[in-house]
Design a protein around this ligand. Sequence first.
Ligand code: FES
Length: 113
Amino acid sequence: MTKMLTQQKIVIKKDEIPPMSMVEYYFPAQKPWERKPVLVINYKGSFFAIEAFCSHAGLSLEDGFLTDDGKVVCPWHGSVFDIKTGKVVDGPAKRDLKTYHVEVKGDEVIIYE
Ligand code: FES
């Protein structure tokens, strides 16, 4: 039997995320523990999506800081990530974060897994 791979997506309203803020969402999955968390960021009116948990100790980035030059600072131990590329800018994290494709259509933001 061939298993069909379907692309999951999240559709949200633009105004759910005010400018210069970040909100954690989950891609839908069959089982709750299989849902992947994604951090959606409104950076000066443009939207970006990266893995929601820090690659250092796996803690949530949602309460971190969004810098004026487009970086997320982890609130736990201070790792810094580029929101456009997911790359580690400063440790202790060593692994880059996955980024997700984002599309804006009218007043909706669509994030693809
Ligand atoms: S959990 Fe993010 S720097 Fe440690």
